[in-house]
Write a protein that binds this ligand. Structure first.
Ligand code: FAD
Length: 298
């Protein structure tokens, strides 16, 4: 553990004040949300900003609302608040990822915005948000802009956020799809992913896939969409053969490293296993849902 060097601390009450404070330090200030990544980095990795700008004094950044078929999640929404939100019940993909992130203590502090901006290849919320084509609202000195989350990540810990910019909201367009998140770690709980996968499919009554999104975590410098594997699903019925082909293709698209958690070869193998598993589980969920719907209509 390193000794944290002293720093200036601000808790602005508004977004313009926060952006102004960031600008005042000319790139030497850092934003604090829940602190579960940042404080660890300051203690263990020698990150020593000249100023820390705590966003938690800004109201309106932790709301979860739905309007016009779009779910709007404020950047300061904690993982715990997302688990409790009834609005997230229609998104098992996101709720599932929230349930396996860290421990209850971590989930009480950790925010969705912090998970995205920390840009870890193993960040649990990122694959689901990629699979849902989430859009990020970013505020900065020159106003507000929107960016697709698929364009946001540049490398481990590196994003497209500009100097003095703050992620403020995550927008998800709700659609009639079936989605699921699977995480494979060394331990059953409280562990970072060795491999993770989020899948989101639109399936027709004859089991033909009309839209497919597959996102992989912890097997490349950033979480990413396995687009060629997605292409193999579209227009096909979800048969054993198709599932096997898609799993093989997802393995091809993964580019993992060997580290303390797992070897690159093991990770690649597990991409195949998890892709196969997630597609079969989605098929099962779809059959269950359409069975329940038919029973209600009868
Ligand atoms: C014991 C432990 C277990 C963990 N387990 C997991 C796990 O299983 N899965 C997982 O994915 N993560 C895990 N984490 C990591 C961490 O909890 C998450 O990444 C969390 O979501 C980070 O959110 P935060 O609000 O704490 O971010 P912070 O630590 O406050 O910030 C993280 C980074 O993002 C920047 N930032 C935060 N918010 C914004 C914003 N709105 N705009 C611009 N920049 C911003 C900060 O400047 C900082 O660089 C774990 C951490 C700990 C300590």
């Amino acid at each position: 553990v390193k000794r944290i060097r002293s720093f200036d601390y601000y808790k602005p009450g508004s977004l313009p004040e926060a952006i102004e404070a960031l600008a005042r330090y000319g790139g030497e200030a850092i934003v604090l949300a829940g602190g579960t990544d940042l404080v660890v980095s300051m203690k263990m990795k020698g990150i020593s900003p000249r100023a820390v700008i705590n966003l938690k004094g800004i109201s309106g950044l932790s709301s979860i609302q739905e309007g016009g078929g779009v779910l709007k999640i404020g950047t300061l929404s904690t993982i715990h608040s997302m688990i409790l939100s009834p609005l997230l019940s229609s998104l098992p993909l996101v709720k599932g990822a929230c349930g396996v992130l860290g421990t209850p203590q971590v989930r009480n502090l950790a925010t969705i915005g912090g998970n995205i901006c920390n840009a870890s290849p193993a960040g649990d919320l990122i694959p689901p948000l990629l699979a849902l084509d989430a859009v990020l609202k970013i505020d900065g000195p020159s106003g507000q802009r929107l960016m697709k989350i698929t364009d946001f990540f540049r490398g481990p810990g590196v994003t497209e956020l500009g100097l003095y910019e703050i992620l403020t909201e995550i927008n998800i367009t709700l659609a009639n799809s079936v989605g699921l998140y699977l995480k494979h770690g060394i331990r059953m709980a409280h562990d970072l992913s060795v491999v993770s996968i989020a899948a989101c499919l639109n399936i027709q009554e004859d089991l033909t896939v009309s839209k497919a999104r597959l996102a992989l975590g912890a097997v490349a410098p950033t979480p990413f969409r396995a687009m060629i594997a997605e292409g193999l699903l579209v227009g096909q019925r979800l048969s054993d053969k198709v599932i096997r082909e898609v799993a093989r293709q997802a393995m091809e698209e993964a580019n993992p490293i060997t580290d303390v958690r797992a070897s690159a070869n093991y990770r690649k193998e597990m991409v195949g296993v998890l892709t196969d598993r997630v597609l079969r589980k989605i098929l099962q969920t779809y059959r269950q849902k359409s069975g329940e719907k038919k029973n209600v209509e009868r």
